[in-house]
Design a protein around this ligand. Sequence first.
Ligand code: ZN
Length: 263
Amino acid sequence: MNGEGSRRFGEERALGLLRDAGKHLGAMREGLVERALTRGTDRLFTCDSPLGEVYVGVSERGVRLLGRAASPEEFARRYRERFGRLLSWGTDESTRALARRVATALAGEKVEVPADLSGTTPFQRRVLEVVKGIPRGEVRSYAWVAREAGSPKASRAVGTVMASNPVPLVIPCHRVIKNDGTTGNYAFGAEEKVGLLEGEGVPVSELAGSPYLATPTTGIFCHATCPNARRIKPENRRRFRSAQAAIEAGYRPCRVCRPAVAG
Ligand SMILES: [Zn+2]
């Protein structure tokens, strides 16, 4: 190779290296842009549920919004309006693991699903956390939730919190019914509520008008769906329309389902 050829070779090599460096820089820059774009982004997935297919928006802390929607775009718009954050499809392993967990829980298995309740008021959060603890197959009244949340006079406000529950099914607001034992309203419709409860084995029509059960053998009364109440033999069942009526008849509240504050 003569001197001229060697110089040209050297220049071409240098140019090639520069081009490679440019590609690397481009790739790095794209990576940075992507990271910057997704910093304010939460994850989205869909899931089968007793209400049909639902969209689920999750943050790093847990499930933040669950609901039906006409399209992923519509759900993402609602999410952005409510929380000021973008949603993108969750394909990473941690989101997929959470999606499996949510699917298992919505299929009725006892699995803990983290809920991200940031953005709710302290009262809303207390109410939602009480409701989260109502077991599958059991129901409680709005008044009971209000009392357990530390605001016994707020049963109407509990109804409002239920109506705007960001994560239905994960926080089972369908298990909160009216004080007289009738099922009442539901964000997805009153009939859907009855269907969900019957799907969990709740004897919906028996509860209407008599949501409490007592037995003279122990002198204790319960919410009618409490496991203790379900063990009462049919011939010993005494039905009551209110906790007050059971107390006046001489019964004491069950310590498990706490239908009234123990005297
Ligand atoms: Zn009980």
